[in-house]
Write a protein that binds this ligand. Structure first.
Ligand code: AMP
Length: 493
């Protein structure tokens, strides 16, 4: 059957246990990459998937892999399938997907990533894992310790190959592939195909089915989109203004940085809004509890990061608020796709500061439309962002500071002059950057650093920069920053 003819998961021939899981997760239609890749993988073919995250590519290899694994049994220390991921966050997400889609099976997995003790991982391998989900460096560490044998691997997935290249993992991957049986099925995914990646794909794949899908770029017509220009320090006030004037049934607020999630949660709760939060540092148990509170309506607002929200079954919501402009344009499409589902209408708001200009431009180019601008009186870029409500001098970067909305007294004025002066010196060219608000204050805040540091620019030389990468991983401000959640520490029995 051609992929065009595939309108539902029923057509794909997946086992009833997997179908039940798909129903439970709430997917109704396969995404284009799923419609094309799943039949090919089920037929035993190699696949070259040129697709980004957000296209549903994880399920495109996990679902048929589970289908295949259900037919055999795991052997101690000899995994049957191997998924290589460039970062531990991605590996953890794939592991979550595996659990989600394999919830009605008894399949086992071992997640081999840095930052977690070897002991637990070794025990999981020893018990017998149907699938190994690993970052290349940690897998080789286990191989060198003699704890894992790869000659039983029937299916290899290399995910995000171009990012592997950026991170200097190609030599490791070549070493790993040499340890695998020559006769195997290989599924190779990359968002882009630079020459080095094309070479690798030719080396690893045999007569692959090539599937290329465009990143999601269209937004739902039922969702109204509005951009509100706001001074950085007025974002919370702007959010509250929107909450109070809009008829919000329930809303998700997306932040780029996980540290902002906690601060915003505290701030909203202090102002009497019922809110919960979701971020990658949370223990799985707490995450589910938070999600339940939101789903049941006990909490009206959910503050989330892209990483934490991904893969979770979050119900349709009336509003999406982008507290920060996402630095990756596709994330915008994902975020606002949480509202306006099933023919209902939804509203999406985005708070943007002057520093976000280039990201807003990227989003508008991707969605091929201009987002309507709105000014919230007193809260736009012109606003006196360093003034305090109670006439107290402002200390920089405190929660209270960011919550103030009122005009200030002389103390604040004096401080403001200082800030204005300093920023003028620092940003002589800023006027040219801002189309809609030609003058005023540039706050000395750095552009938001995305939670997804696995997308951070890396060396493109292809050299082994693993040492640096590990440092990068352990120091990043990503969802697992220096604080591995408990659920990752537990390997599935
Ligand atoms: P991925 O590209 O694998 O990172 O998936 C992006 C997002 O799409 C995840 O949140 C998945 O849960 C979701 N997703 C995957 N497949 C489907 C589907 N068939 N229908 C709706 N959502 C999906």
């Amino acid at each position: 059957m051609s992929s065009d003819a595939i309108a539902s998961f029923e057509d794909l021939g997946l086992a009833p246990e997997i179908m039940a899981a798909i129903n439970e997760v709430g997917y109704t239609t396969p995404t284009p990459i799923q419609a094309q890749a799943i039949p090919a993988v089920m037929a035993g073919r190699d696949v070259l998937g040129i697709a980004q995250t957000g296209t549903g590519k994880t399920a495109s290899f996990t679902l048929p892999m589970i289908n295949r694994l259900m037919k055999g049994r795991a052997k101690a220390r000899m995994p049957r399938t191997l998924i290589l991921e460039p970062t531990r966050e991605l590996a953890a997400q794939v592991a979550e997907n595996f659990d989600l889609y394999g919830q009605n099976t008894r399949l086992t997995k071992a997640l081999l990533i840095g930052g977690v003790s070897f002991g637990d991982q070794e025990r999981a391998i020893e018990r017998g894992a149907d699938v190994l989900i690993a970052t290349p460096g940690r897998l080789l560490d286990h191989v060198e310790r003699g704890k894992v044998m790869l000659r039983g691997v029937e299916v290899l997935v290399i995910d995000e190959a171009d990012r592997m290249l950026d991170m200097g993992f190609i030599p490791d991957i070549e070493r790993i592939v040499k340890l695998l049986p020559f006769t195997r099925q290989t599924l190779f995914f990359s968002a882009t195909m630079p020459p080095e990646i094309t070479r690798l794909s030719e080396q690893f794949l045999q007569a692959p089915k090539r599937i290329e899908v465009a990143p999601p770029s269209s937004t739902n017509k039922n969702v109204s989109q509005t951009l509100i220009e706001v001074a950085p320090m007025k974002k919370r006030a702007a959010l509250r203004t929107l909450f109070d004037r809009e008829e919000v049934t329930n809303g998700i607020i997306f932040c780029n940085r996980k540290r902002d999630i906690g601060t915003l949660l505290e701030s909203l709760q202090r102002h009497g809004y019922s809110a919960v939060s979701l971020h990658g540092d949370m223990d799985q148990h707490i995450r589910l509890k938070m999600l339940d509170e939101f789903k049941s309506g006990a909490a009206k607002y959910l503050i989330a990061s892209d990483v934490a929200a991904r893969g979770l079954d979050i119900p349709n919501v009336s509003h999406v608020f982008n507290f920060d402009v996402p630095t990756h344009a596709e994330d915008y499409v994902h975020r606002i796709g949480r509202t306006g589902r099933a023919g209902r209408t939804g509203a999406a708001y985005m708070l943007a500061t002057r520093q976000d200009d280039k990201y807003v431009q990227g989003i508008e180019e991707l969605i091929k439309q201009e987002i309507a601008r709105e000014e919230l009186k007193g809260l736009d870029v012109v606003g006196s962002e360093n003034l305090t409500a109670k006439g107290k001098p402002r200390r920089r970067k405190t929660d209270a500071e960011a919550d103030n909305t009122q005009p200030s007294t002389s103390n604040g004025e004096g401080r403001r002059r200082g800030l204005l002066g300093r920023n003028r010196r620092k940003n002589p060219n800023k006027q040219a950057e801002t189309k809609l608000a030609p003058e005023k204050i540039e706050k000395a805040e750095k552009p938001a650093k995305s939670e997804k540091t696995d997308r951070a620019p890396q060396s493109k030389t292809g050299k082994d920069t693993r040492k640096n990468t590990r440092k990068h991983n352990s120091q990043s401000s990503d969802a697992f920053d220096g604080n591995m959640p408990d659920f990752l520490k537990k390997q599935i029995k």
